[in-house]
Ligand binder design. Structure first.
Ligand code: NAG
Length: 270
């Protein structure tokens, strides 16, 4: 099972991809009726990946590749072709702050991903490419709109494979900030995402994972995006997560989508 659709950043580029990770969404409430409400994350969640590989309020997604505990952190290990160790939060937040303290996996074509995604495919990303130890990519999608791929931005960063950095997204209905170690590297205002229509604004879950975008069996576009073909003889490759802190700005029991607009004012906090 391959994971070239871990993130929408590569969906269109991937030609023959499988889809377990295509989306977090089993039911898109803007396309179907009867979707279950989204369970809410706590108002505040501090997850120590040194204490448990899968802390409370997280779940390991069915995928190959192991997550192991070591030195006060958890290693998400791509040990061979088709490994893609992945963990999701079990609940959703509607606006919030999400901080991930981690080191990126090395290895050409190996991608370390931090992805927020909603059930109608609003998405906010950090992507670290193993063959590039000087820059990190940020991206976002609104309502699963992949008609253009012009939103990715690269940012300089100091040795993310050797150093723990804290990658934070703060997300309100007015703007999204991407922050590395307390320095804002990118800001997106609501109105600048196609007048708000492509601004992420529905309850999102957080996914962490490492995967081989450079798997030689992936589409050429995916391999290029990931920085080249992965040499699995150099495995294992480990992304190392120390802790994740989440503040959910709309705490409650769950979120109800009251219509099919996908706009924030259609979401009811129960
Ligand atoms: C890393 O990414 C930056 C931004 O895209 C690029 O300028 C640089 O050449 C890349 N480095 C490598 C080793 O690919």
């Amino acid at each position: 099972m391959r994971t070239s659709q871990f993130t929408q950043a590569v969906v269109v580029l991937a030609t023959a991809s499988q889809s377990f990770a295509q989306t977090f969404s089993k039911c898109d409430p803007t396309k179907k009726t009867g979707c279950a409400n989204n369970p809410a994350l706590p108002a505040s969640l501090d997850s120590d990946f040194g204490a448990a590989t899968i802390p409370p309020n997280w779940i390991k997604i069915e995928s190959q590749g192991s997550i192991t505990k070591e030195n006060g952190a958890s290693s998400f290990i791509v040990g061979k072709q088709n490994d893609s160790p992945t963990a999701d939060t079990t609940g959703y937040a509607l606006f919030g702050s999400f901080s991930v303290e981690m080191k990126a996996a090395p290895g050409v074509g190996i991608v370390s991903s931090i992805v927020l995604e909603s059930d109608n495919l609003d998405e906010v990303d950090w992507e670290l490419i193993g063959g590039n130890n000087t820059h990190i990519q940020t991206n976002y999608f609104g309502k699963g709109d992949t008609s253009t791929y012009d939103r990715a931005v690269w940012h300089p960063i100091a040795d993310p494979q050797a150093n723990f950095h804290t990658y934070t997204v703060t997300w309100t209905q007015d703007k999204i900030l991407w922050i590395i170690d307390d320095v804002v590297v990118r800001s997106l205002a609501y109105k600048d995402a196609k007048g708000g229509s492509r601004f992420p604004q529905t309850p999102m879950r957080l996914r962490l994972g490492s995967w081989a975008g450079g798997d030689p069996t992936n589409g050429q576009g995916t391999i290029e995006w990931a920085g080249g073909k992965t040499d699995f003889s150099k495995a294992p490759f480990a992304m190392v997560v120390r802790r994740v802190s989440i503040t959910n700005y709309s705490p409650g029991k769950e979120y109800q989508w009251t219509d099919q607009s996908g706009s924030f004012d259609s979401i009811k906090v129960v």
